[in-house]
Ligand binder design. Structure first.
Ligand SMILES: NC(=O)c1ccc[n+]([C@@H]2O[C@H](COP(=O)([O-])OP(=O)(O)OC[C@H]3O[C@@H](n4cnc5c(N)ncnc54)[C@H](O)[C@@H]3O)[C@@H](O)[C@H]2O)c1
Length: 356
């Protein structure tokens, strides 16, 4: 790691931005040199809490870029306000981390990936769910191949979340703002990309969301596996955790994940269970946003790809917009297009803790 800290401007410091403020404040490898938010008071509170000078607040990224010497930007605004700061920061020569989802439309996402390509800067999307102990372990179990090929997966996500902000108004809030985590996990855990999807979306009568917040989708994966995703953000009283409940059917058994527990039902011959194994959860070297930041800094220092750079992430976010299109039209929709398929997926990128 470089001894000189990487200088960061954070855009969007309220809400989930507070998590990033903590992560950056606690890292010796980075230094906060600018806070940008449309809400001045939110930024002032952040300065007071973290002991930063109020002089590092800027009402716009343009002003921050003019006044603060920075190496990187972290963007934690609502999804519709990702494209502008991400592209502006890349064009100013900064490397960028943004929160998921990359943007609210595939057109915006592709423009952002093109900006990274054009400028040669690094753009990483924070898919922190990959770097939680249980999902990390689940990926290692499935990708080790010891249970053979994956044939079918069922993933159920049921939570009742009373949001009052952009999610309440946006179209398909579950799929666009939340399921991006699950779709990215599907690629991460299975080690294969989605090819096509059929889906239906609806809004239950009691939902407080303006648009459909429930969904059922069926993905066809490049490996031939099928993944059924069922989700709702207005579930009544019966909830799973944020990872959802997973049932992964493999050649030699089934892997279950539920509420932090991973269980393998071994069925090496025909269909009968011969033994049941409780898998010990082994965490990654760092968790969540801390891993994302370390992966970004390491990739930046070594010229490697980060695990969730935009060229990889476009293949996760393309699943989101293909699902939206399938819900709108009722048709089977291909995931991505000729342009996104040119961008090399990160499936081949070895995670640094595995190689090192
Ligand atoms: N990875 C996770 O687990 C996770 C969890 C929650 C939210 N998120 C993501 O974080 C992002 C922000 O979500 P949130 O819940 O914090 O939203 P929020 O609305 O609560 O907060 C957004 C902040 O950005 C500021 N802001 C809004 N528009 C801006 C603009 N154009 N320029 C500068 N500042 C602006 C707001 O004033 C506010 O401080 C979203 O992309 C969301 O999906 C990720």
């Amino acid at each position: 790691m470089n001894t000189k800290p990487v200088r960061i401007i954070q855009v969007g410091v309220g809400g989930f931005g507070a998590v990033w403020l903590d992560v950056i404040r606690q890292s010796a490898d980075v230094e906060m040199v600018g806070l940008v938010d449309i809400n001045r008071e939110t930024a002032m509170q952040a300065c007071r809490k973290h002991g930063w000078s109020e002089a590092i607040f800027f009402p716009t990224l343009v002003e921050a870029l003019r006044s603060a010497r920075a190496d990187a930007a972290v963007v934690v605004t609502p999804p519709a306000a990702h494209r502008e700061p991400v592209v502006a920061a890349l064009e100013a020569g900064l490397d960028v981390i943004s929160e998921k989802p990359m943007a609210e439309t595939l057109t915006d996402c592709k423009a952002m990936v093109r900006a990274a390509q054009r400028t040669g800067r690094m753009y990483v999307v924070s898919q922190n769910y990959r770097y939680q102990p249980a999902m990390w372990t689940l990926a290692n179990v499935v990708r080790s191949g010891r249970l053979g090929r994956v044939g079918e997966v069922k993933l159920d996500f049921y939570l009742g979340m009373w949001f009052e902000g952009f999610r309440q108004q946006m179209e398909y809030p579950l799929v666009v703002d939340m399921a991006i985590h699950h779709f990215d996990l599907i690629r991460f855990i299975l080690g294969t990309d989605a090819v096509a999807v059929t889906a239906a979306g609806w809004n239950p009568p009691w939902s407080h969301y303006r648009h459909d917040c429930s969904c059922a989708a069926l993905f066809e994966m490049a490996s031939g596996a099928r993944v059924i995703y069922n989700g709702s953000w207005c579930a009544k009283g019966q909830f799973c955790d944020w990872n959802g409940n997973w049932q992964i059917g493999c050649e030699r058994g089934t892997v279950l994940y539920q509420n932090g527990v991973i269980t393998i039902h071994h069925a090496p011959e025909r269909y009968e269970v011969t033994s049941t194994e409780n898998v010990i959860v082994r965490p990654p070297p760092l968790e969540g946003q801390r891993y994302v930041l370390a992966d970004f800094l390491r990739a930046r220092a070594n010229g490697h790809r980060a695990g969730t750079d935009c060229f990889d992430n476009i293949h996760s976010v393309a699943m989101v917009f293909a699902t939206v299109e399938a819900m709108r039209t009722g048709r089977r929709v291909e995931v991505g297009d000729a342009e996104t398929r040119q961008w090399s997926t990160g499936q081949e990128v070895r995670r640094w803790n595995e190689s090192g």
